[in-house]
Design a protein around this ligand. Structure first.
Ligand SMILES: Cc1cc2nc3c(=O)[nH]c(=O)nc-3n(C[C@H](O)[C@H](O)[C@H](O)COP(=O)(O)OP(=O)(O)OC[C@H]3O[C@@H](n4cnc5c(N)ncnc54)[C@H](O)[C@@H]3O)c2cc1C
Length: 97
């Protein structure tokens, strides 16, 4: 990714502003609708298919579950997958604690 694209992405992630359009599918506002398109994600690692070395987890993804723990579970599971994939992307010698 070019440096100017990386800067743009960092700026969007840290300072992006979004307009709320209305209520979500389940009419309860516990979770945001929209986010990173799931077609752009490798679900085995949560890595972006568009940007090497970029991983996503939780509510930033376009996942919008009914309340009752599904959104928590989605956040925890995607974070676990991404965390493991990031750790495994380093050589084994760099992973010793
Ligand atoms: C009132 C309410 C009730 C809910 N009840 C339920 C429920 O019963 N069951 C359920 O499954 N889900 C529920 N949810 C949804 C659930 O809480 C979220 O889907 C889940 O917590 C998302 O996890 P996350 O880690 O992606 O994001 P978050 O938990 O929002 O964590 C994001 C973190 O990033 C930090 N952050 C933000 N910007 C920056 C920045 N620029 N730099 C550094 N840090 C930053 C924030 O401070 C925050 O700590 C509820 C949500 C709300 C608001």
């Amino acid at each position: 990714m070019a440096k100017n694209e990386l800067n743009k992405l960092a700026q969007e992630i840290t300072q992006g502003q979004y307009k709320i359009q209305g209520k979500g599918t389940f009419k309860e506002e516990f979770v945001t609708c929209g986010g990173v398109d799931l077609k752009e994600i490798d679900f085995k690692t949560m890595a972006s298919k568009r940007c090497s070395g970029l991983y996503f987890a939780g509510e930033i993804l376009d996942i919008d579950g009914i309340t009752g723990g599904f959104n928590f579970q989605s956040a925890w599971t995607t974070a676990w997958l991404a965390g493991n994939a990031i750790a495994n992307s380093f050589p084994a010698t760099a992973r010793t604690v």
